[in-house]
Design a protein around this ligand. Structure first.
Ligand SMILES: N[C@@H](CCC(=O)N[C@@H](CS)C(=O)NCC(=O)O)C(=O)O
Length: 409
């Protein structure tokens, strides 16, 4: 009979850590496959919440009825069932040092790595700035391991302990996605140690094929003009949004029904020539007390490379604004040529603030929002040029031709 049930997933690092420790001590655990999604039906059930109060994985339920949540507690409990285990060190100092590395891997390393690879894997929303920051923070945390493992074969003492099994398990997905060949060349100690640990019999028995990324995986924006679908449920999550939670109301719903119906404007725009018919209709019907106008420009133009990639960036931004479709209209374009291009655009937003409409997706941070005045001639020209998408822009004295773009309607 199994010692207990472990709720988790075989490819989830935190679950894996416990499974390997149990294997190392010949302790039989029954894995009950449980989503890494605290909002999933089973995870939200009263029954599971008794074992894991916030619905996360892993969680443990002993054959004797004893239950535990929190990966470190479960790992230590399971490992300590073998009175003769060497995985918990020899001395009190060893034991405390093991706890130190369990905590460091769980609280300092994994969340930062997750914030790096999860958006790249499409499991969480992508924002370049946030992902770059997460990568920097993750590498800083890993530098601590590199420095320690340059001077030590294992994390604690002269032989493998739970600290090694645990930390290596939590790194499995990172090695498969972002800790690529370059990272491995630059971090020989962590790499040597990781290889040693994942090649232990107990590790191989549970996780036979660890993957090593050749190159750090790249973010692929959603396909051009594809109607955004509801996000697919993620297989495993370090921190995951509540996919099954009831949809919150959009904050702009509170403003009530405007007299200028956005769909009517969208129809006018789609069915008529923008310059000669749609825009004259727009200015005649625009209600400055119901809507505001915004110039929305990309902040990191100097990082843009090929114009089609910049256009995909706009497509991704628009796809992730889906929740605000009822409150937004606009267009953004790529101007310039490969390796010398910018992304500029303009939107009409329900209400007088840009935040409620744009902050429904993660990309808003990548753009600047400048309010335009419908009674100002120059501002009206900006709107017309951005929406008609038929003239170049001049920025800092340099004229860039229109290359491509998207209309959000
Ligand atoms: N503090 C918990 C964190 C556990 C955790 O974040 N688990 C993730 C999977 S690795 C999870 O279940 N995420 C689902 C969610 O946040 O909805 C621990 O250390 O065990």
């Amino acid at each position: 009979m199994a010692f207990g049930k472990l709720y988790g997933l075989p490819d989830n690092g935190r679950t894996l850590a416990i499974l390997v420790a149990a294997k190392h001590n010949d302790l039989d655990l029954e894995l009950v496959k449980t989503e890494a999604n605290s909002a999933a039906t089973f995870n939200s059930s009263a029954e599971y919440r008794k074992i894991s109060p916030v619905g996360k994985i892993p969680a443990f339920e002993g054959a004797n009825g004893f239950t535990l949540s929190e990966v470190i507690a479960i790992a230590v409990y399971v490992t300590s069932q073998n009175e003769k285990t060497t995985l918990l060190g020899k001395t009190k100092q060893d034991y405390a040092s093991i706890l130190r590395w369990l905590s460091f891997a769980n609280a300092e390393v994994l969340p930062k790595l997750g914030a790096w690879y999860r958006p790249l894997m499409g499991l969480d929303g992508y924002n370049k700035k946030t992902v770059d920051e997460a990568a920097k923070n993750a590498l800083k945390a890993l530098a601590v391991l590199e420095s320690h493992l340059t001077a030590n074969t294992f994390l604690v003492g002269e032989r493998i302990t739970l600290a090694d099994i645990f930390a290596a398990s939590l790194l499995t997905r990172a090695f498969a996605t972002v800790l690529d060949k370059t990272f491995r060349q630059e971090n020989p100690a962590v790499t040597r140690w990781y290889n040693t640990i994942v090649n232990q019999d107990s590790f191989k028995a549970v996780f036979p094929e660890p993957k090593f990324a050749e190159e750090c995986i790249k973010y692929t924006p959603p396909k051009k003009e594809e109607k955004p679908k509801a996000a697919a449920p993620a297989p495993a999550a370090e921190e995951k949004p509540a996919a099954e939670a009831p949809k919150p109301k959009h904050p702009l719903e509170a403003l009530g029904k405007p007299t200028l119906i956005l769909d009517e404007w969208k129809r006018q725009f789609s069915n008529n020539d923008p310059r000669t018919e749609a825009m004259p209709w727009f200015w005649k019907n625009f209600k400055a007390d119901e809507y505001s106008l915004w110039k929305v420009d990309y902040k990191y133009n100097n990082e843009l490379k090929l114009t089609f990639m910049a256009n995909n960036l706009i497509g991704g931004f628009h796809a992730r604004l889906e929740a605000s479709r009822k409150y937004l209209f606009g267009a953004q374009s790529v101007y310039g040529v490969n390796y010398d291009c910018i992304v500029n655009g303009a939107f009409m937003v329900r209400g007088q603030e840009w935040e409620p409409a744009f902050q429904v997706g993660p990309d808003w941070e990548g753009y600047t929002y400048t309010k335009l005045d419908a009674s100002n001639e120059a501002d009206r020209k900006v709107i017309e040029d951005m929406w008609a998408q038929d003239v170049p822009v001049t920025v800092d004295g340099k004229t860039l031709e229109w290359a491509d773009g998207h209309v959000f309607k």
